[in-house]
Write a protein that binds this ligand. Sequence first.
Ligand code: FE
Ligand code: FE
Ligand code: ZN
Length: 276
Amino acid sequence: MLALGCHLSISGGYEATVRTAHSIGANTFAFFTRNPRGSQARPEDPADAAAAVKLMEELNFAPLVAHGAYTMNLCTAEPSARAFAASILADDLRRMAALPGNFYNFHPGSHVGQGTDTGIAQIVDALKAALAPGYPVTVLLEGMAGKGSEIGGKFEELRAIIDGVGSPDVGVCLDTCHVYDAGYDIVNDLDGVLREFDRIVGLDRLKALHINDSKNPFSSHKDRHECIGSGSLGVETFQNVVCHPVLSGKPMILETPNELPGYANEISLLRELGNV
Ligand code: FE
Ligand code: FE
Ligand code: ZN
């Protein structure tokens, strides 16, 4: 069975969110660990987390893919802001221990003019410090569209971070919109892109996918998500993705511009496409 879900709010708690996901045909989901544009996190509720873990087991859920705040920039230039971002990462990973065995995905960061090498070194430092206590979570670097000074739009940059951290607990989450916007042609040559990913990063590091169509053309470096089939990727690309033997077992998360009913429709569409 495909592991499909979408981005959901955890404002009602983890267990309630598992029920919401199940009600729309999902068997995984994503959520922001804290306010996506601020830094505030919800108060911790170990009983709720334990109930969610139990329910996910009963419902046969695939691993969740938590998402770090967009504002967390581990390679911002100002040292105290950078230290604050690193402390947010460490706190997020500590919190993920309440949901053992799940994924924590985040945007590697924007080097804001410091240069790619400096940015990568700063991201590596933050990850090494945050991962040191050995929390039961795999951290996923999200592949980015390469907008502005964003790091992670090239497979080589993801590889450099992974090498720098030197931990088996670092993987990658590829976002179909981002990877196409970044100049990897998954519309015409999904196999070729996966071969290149394997050569540079290694397919064993690919742990999850974000499933989004793109509002923009190939290699636009824009990052604007579109509903499945309504953008430049098109339904056939998603059919290839959900049917691909290398990808079909991984958690796939929709981040399309939808409310719950739209997500339910896209999940059932993707299940149909995968059912060939
Ligand atoms: Fe993201
Ligand atoms: Fe994404
Ligand atoms: Zn995006």
